[in-house]
Write a protein that binds this ligand. Sequence first.
Ligand code: HEM
Ligand SMILES: [Cu+2]
Length: 560
Amino acid sequence: MVETTQQSVEQRQPEPLGDWRCYFSFCVDHKVIGIQYLVTTFFFYLLGGALAMVIRAELMTPGAELDRSLYNGVFTIHATIMIFLWIIPTLAGFGNFLVPLMIGARDMAFPRLNALSFWMIPPGGLLLLSSFFVQSGAAGAGWTSYPPLSTQQVQVGDLLVTNFGQVIWIASVVFLGTSSILAALNFIVTIVAMRTEGMELFRMPLFCWATLTASCITLLGTPVLAGAVILLAFDLLLGTVFFNPTGGGDPVVYQHMFWFYSHPAVYIMVLPAMGIISEVLPVFSRKPIFGYKAIAISSMGIAVLGFLVWAHHMFTSGTPDWLRMFFMVTSFLIAVPTGIKVFSWLGTIWGGKLELSSAMLFAMGFVSMFVVGGLSGIMLASVPVDIHVHDTYFVVAHLHYVLFGGSVFAIYAGLYYWFPKMTGRLLNETWGKIHFALTFIGFNLCFLPMHQLGLQGMPRRVAEYAEQFQSLNVLVSIGGFLLGISTLPFLFNAIYSWLWGPKAPANPWRALTLEWTTASPPPVENFEYLPVVTAGPYEYGTVGSSPEGDTPTAISQPKS
Ligand code: HEM
Ligand SMILES: [Cu+2]
């Protein structure tokens, strides 16, 4: 697939990135920044997970054990962490580590801006957590923070006080949003301007396509979210009435602005995840990817359509019928480009020589679980069904199938796949499989029964529920605790292997994308010689790949 050459740059002396101290500094190397993102966001994932355990402990019994406003804070901060401090930034971490390597560049286009994007995350996260310690308590109106709930004063003892927890939530979301806008800008410029010789757009690995598309969505959508929550802050602090009907404002405008960002944002959270899957499946099927262009272009289709469906979250907000019809049809349509991807993945593994590594298991887990979430999405997109189950546990089931069964499974697939490249060490496969089995069982035990609870009418975001729902809730909680436990083998494996695992060769999976043509971990500036690309990235088992089985070493000699 590649040849390397001295033509484009003078030879540089590569050095290892060995010093652990650089991970705690304002380092501008994209690989260090990528790992900073991945490790930091994993800490937030553990925190968000701990809050989920609190929620599931509360819901073991129908009565409320916790103070109700504390419970509201717990599920609000849980969701905010998972979205803004785990899934979105961790995928940016993969992007940072991988995009320059995959397109044959020496770094991102704006390395300092890149370091700044990362260093906005820890203070943004700590700010969010600090809201548990202010007098008003943490924000409690859900991650959607709809007014008037979010703009009301809160009762503390006998006093009504301004909801500073909500103000902190807003500041934190604006901070984290700015970080993700800067990162998106960097990805777009890098992919457009920094590709190596021969790396045409349609020769790019699909992960780069996915990151490019998700970055465009981020750039267009996130400022609207910032606008919405800043207006909310004005209403809270300055007495404006943008969303207050008593002064002529309209709370539904907030919902429009919020979902104009937040529906596309679900694709910010799933397109790069799909990109990971498109890398992992062909390698472990030893087959070229099926429908390369269809997958790349369908991402663009999803990005465009994704901006035309937002009001499916507002079918019960007094939206007029003709508008509901419009948003129902566009929401159905979005299943088409999504389906194209799913069928392309199935076409890829069909008849392949499957190697069920941990990465592959998580990738196949992604495809199957994401389909379940997609199907419940289609059900919710249908107005009559949605009116029945809106704001019930059915929605909670749907969103976790797409975001946990989808994004998180893909993140794990990516971690198992690129760990050797990132650290120079191999993860233990047996522990990886134990991790997969526990995650898969815990996940389904936790989220499958929620469909039933929702259909029976159990509302979301409540600490108390009718007694008839208890047995299913106990099952869900057991699944949730199992899911919590399932993280332990991964943590143990990652820490142990990073320190003492067997050394990884440059290309342990015999993969063909450019990151595998350089050392594990790659040297500063990535490549000794910048590669020149002569073919697509997924030519596994085809004419032109070497008979020993697709080893890129045979085709990565310096150009003579
Ligand atoms: C076939 C594609 C999809 C369709 C048609 C669809 C449809 C819907 C609808 C109609 C709702 C609103 C339900 C309600 O509140 O009454 C919803 C909620 C949600 N969906 Fe999807 N969805 C799809 C895919 C996805 C994907 C890929 C993700 C994320 C990766 C996602 C994440 C969410 C989330 C987070 C919510 C809940 C938002 C909240 O907190 O209220 N969906 N979906
Ligand atoms: Cu949506």
